[in-house]
Unconditional design. Structure first.
Ligand code: SF4
Length: 289
């Protein structure tokens, strides 16, 4: 059997991102992670919403779905429940996932469905030319807030842990090797995995640049004494660290049954392979008349 390589996930679609955008590294890290997990293109599906980064399913040769703004997770959930043998990833920006899609995000965390969610967090709305996003820091001047952002930013790490996500990590698109490894670990994890990724928008965010993160990011797992990923309260407290030093890596991981594990209908074969021609839906249809 011939194993898929990185090139197996390339297609010929023209990439529309600005030169230097952090999304290029995220795309490559996803291909690295999928190929090194031994998966074939037909075993993977990538779902997205709307935004610069949400164009990603067009640029990777797997199954893909680009839906509505903030709605990458509901289709990803449906895809996983229809065929739980597929490896399902969802991608989208911070505006998509932590703004309009916040409700879906919280409920997917608590459901613990086996999806890996990669958030391209550039702390701004890129596609619509540089407005404040839910993760823009207080005081940041953008086109929609010329006097500076008034609200506090959303903290996706502590939010995800509190809501019940069972794998919560943060990467940086300026560290491809580390990011590829995080995505691979997130995919191997049984349950909902959030990987929030610092993805500098080189066109509209002149504050949170590659240099900004290169100077500040350090790896949790490399610090003296390592990091206990089972310490939930410690992980929530660590998520508050922001300033001269910013932690990346796996904050929290928990083993618990997935949503699919708890559905008896999925215990034998995926729904897509279950016969439907012997099911009588007449009684059900009668209820609609
Ligand atoms: Fe990337 Fe920003 Fe350009 Fe969008 S606007 S493609 S996020 S650099």
């Amino acid at each position: 059997m011939i194993m898929a390589t990185l090139a197996s996930f390339n297609n010929t679609n023209k990439i529309q991102w600005c030169p230097g955008c952090g999304d290029f590294a995220i795309l490559l890290a996803m291909k690295n992670a999928i190929a090194s997990s031994g998966l074939e293109p037909h075993q993977v599906c990538v779902s997205s919403g709307v935004g610069c980064g949400s164009k990603l399913p067009h640029y990777i040769k797997t199954y893909g779905f680009e839906g509505l703004h903030g709605r990458s997770l509901p289709p990803a959930t449906a895809i996983k429940l229809s065929n739980h043998e597929l490896t399902v990833l969802a991608v989208g920006g911070d505006g998509d996932g932590y703004g309009i899609g916040l409700g879906h995000f919280l409920h997917t965390c608590r459901r613990n469905i086996d999806i890996t969610y990669i958030v391209q967090n550039n702390q701004i709305y890129g596609l619509t030319t540089g407005q404040t996003s839910p993760t823009s820091e207080k005081g940041t001047k953008t086109r929609s807030t010329p006097h500076g952002v008034i609200e506090l930013p959303v903290n996706p790490i502590s939010l995800a842990i509190s809501a019940g996500a069972s794998f919560v990590a943060r990467g940086f698109s300026g560290d491809l090797k580390h990011l590829s490894e995080l995505i691979k670990l997130g995919m191997a994890h049984k349950g909902f995995a959030l990987i929030d990724v610092f993805q500098p928008c080189v066109t509209y965010n002149k504050v949170n640049t590659f240099q900004f993160f290169q100077q500040r990011c350090y790896k949790l797992q490399d610090q003296q004494g390592g990091w206990d990923t089972t310490d939930k309260i410690g992980a929530i407290a660590k998520a508050e660290e922001w300033g001269e030093k910013i932690p990346i890596g796996i904050f929290y991981q928990q083993k618990r049954p997935t949503y699919e594990d708890e559905l008896p209908q999925l215990s034998k074969v995926p729904l897509v392979r279950q016969p439907i021609d012997n099911i009588d839906i007449t009684k059900l249809m009668d209820e609609f008349y």
